[in-house]
Design a protein around this ligand. Structure first.
Ligand code: VGL
Ligand code: ZN
Length: 180
């Protein structure tokens, strides 16, 4: 049983420069994320990838009064992964219902059950955006009783000052900020 899981958060085309909701320099972490995927796979960790997977009338979109441009619509190129995932990676689709927003990979999904079912005790988190989906996923992982590590060199935020605040908050709650 793998004691550890790597959770890759929302590494999707729409969150990269040129996409619908770009994280500035989000593409710069792609090689590092791919390296972590290889390393964690090699040591037998469970590899999980979350994806923002919205219906085209999602409540978070501006045309519905939400804060974001339309992004990561199910089965469109913008929702595709931009990192190399192993065939046996667990894919978690979130925010799939029209009227519900979900930043956390645990919200409305089977992620906690899947991790526990695989004997996972520690989770390592990377991806985008640090102050939104990475933060929410990391804090939820803590709530579910996992030991949580954030991979500092493999996350990217939308706004540097918001990212910094989110990192401080995560640290103060007991998440360990690390890099290998
Ligand atoms: C995200 C904004 C809207 C994220 C998703 O993945 O951090 N941010 N939807
Ligand atoms: Zn979204």
């Amino acid at each position: 049983m793998p004691e550890e899981a790597l959770i890759v958060v929302d590494m999707q085309r729409d969150f990269m420069p040129g996409g619908a909701l770009p994280v500035p320099e989000g593409d710069k972490i792609i090689p590092k994320v791919n390296e972590y995927i290889r390393k964690f796979k090699e040591k037998g960790a469970l590899i999980v990838a979350t994806r923002d997977w919205h219906p085209e009338n999602h409540i978070s979109f501006r045309e519905r009064g939400g804060p974001w441009p339309r992004h990561c619509v199910q089965n469109t190129p913008g929702a595709e992964f931009v990192v190399d995932l192993p065939e046996d990676a667990v894919i978690i689709s979130k925010a799939t219902e029209p009227d519900k927003e979900a930043y956390s990979g645990f919200e409305g999904t089977d992620l906690a059950k899947i991790l526990r079912g695989n004997g996972v005790k520690r989770v390592y988190i990377c991806g985008v955006a640090t102050e939104y989906c990475v933060r929410a996923t990391a804090l939820d992982a803590l709530k579910h009783g996992f030991e949580v590590y954030l991979l500092r060199d493999a996350v990217k935020g939308i706004k540097p000052e918001d990212e910094e605040r989110a990192l401080e908050e995560m640290k103060s709650r007991g998440i360990k900020i690390v890099q290998f």
